[in-house]
Design a binder for this molecule. Sequence first.
Ligand code: AMP
Ligand code: MG
Length: 492
Amino acid sequence: MTAQIPFDNSYARLPERFFARIAPTPVRAPRLIRLNRPLALQLGLDPEWLASTEGVEMLAGNRVPDAAEAIATAYAGHQFGGFVPQLGDGRAILLGEVIDQSGVRRDIQLKGPGPTPFSRRGDGRAAMGPVLREYVVSETMAALGIPTTRALAAVATGEKVIREEILPGAVLTRVASSHIRVGTFEFFARRGDVEGVRVLADHVIARHYPDAAHAEKPFLALLQAVINAQAELIAQWLLVGFIHGVMNTDNMSVAGETIDYGPCAFMDEYDPAAVWSAIDRQGRYAYGNQPAIAQWNLTRLAECLLPLLSNDTELAVQEAEEALSAFPPTFEKAYQAGLRRKLGLLTEHEADAALGRDLLSAMAANRADFTLTFRRLSGAESDAEKDGAVRSLFADPSAFDEWAVRWRERLALESTDAAARRNMMRAVNPAYIPRNHRVEAVIRAAVDRDDFGPFEELLTVLSQPFEDQPAFAHYAGPPEEQERVRQTFCGT
Ligand code: AMP
Ligand code: MG
């Protein structure tokens, strides 16, 4: 296999107003930092070629393969609640789409390839730190089984980018089911371009929700499918302690994948009000607000689709409202089912939600580590000695003891044997997450010392987040007081 990547670019066949044709700007000295070989194979690409000089030139934007049709897509979006009519790919260029080994169409996009017509005053470039963070966090999400965009490669550009400080530049190759956002719909809807909304909706149905095409009302079915996908996605975020950080409508994928890793974070101590993003001063995108914000964003999507739902505005609004009202119960069902699994419960009892909620309240009141609490619960129920490892995570360990009595009573109603339950719990309660202090240390080593060893090692550990890895046990722990990271920054 060579540079003949079998691109099939459906988005570039949409009307010209959907995007701008623009080639990446070559960089001075491309150097491969990391290639995701398993992902390359899944995409039907030859890892040896991608790692070759020619391949790295493509991954850096210095060479555009024959069948690629480089475009920057147009979108708008609500940022922190305020509408911005034109955003678009200001620092990303879509090379094209390939059909992967399981028949799924996937975008291959360069993030940080230089200016596009949507760059406004930006340079279209990405700094090394955020590229590494996105690589680590998105690949962990994939390993956790959570829908996400992927990282195919990271390449150093040999150029500097100017942010608050001068930083080394990098390009991330991002793979996604598509890069279509709620904000892509808003771009057309806000201009009164109903035909644009319709063309986009048809494209999304064909690409992501083919069943909707056969529904009695395909556009309503599309809205319902996106609502459903997002409700399940956000439930999964909450169940692993993930905070996206910038849930603007332009950062919400209609395919239901986690996208646009900026100032994102996994929390250490459980705190529903946790906010990391330095730019989120009001806490709009706090951990516990994410379901409500998702519904707010989906309401913006529904508004865009109104003209397609019915010519009768009142009827359209009614249908959209009904569809949106399904979000809270769908989220809650997915969240509660996930929380029950985290607690080792296979059957469903009325008091389970309270049991889960009371554990979380005790964790919040006692600053217990989210990931470790659940991981250590896996196996603790039949082994009172293991209690010590869980209760010590609570500032006041007796808070756990009280709850554990109720938990054991509830477990007695289950018919699963202890070993099976332990395995089930360990398969949903990760031992390893990309803790902020680890990600930060990886970035410091790479940026300050050109040392990518810590990055490689962290990726190795996080590729199997549910496995105990004795050699890497220290990666499971929370930060020491002086290692604590209090904020994350966008600035990709
Ligand atoms: P984000 O914060 O990733 O959601 O990006 C918001 C918008 O700002 C998008 O339209 C980006 O394309 C644009 N943007 C962010 N950084 C840059 C940059 N360095 N150069 C050009 N555009 C950028
Ligand atoms: Mg974005």
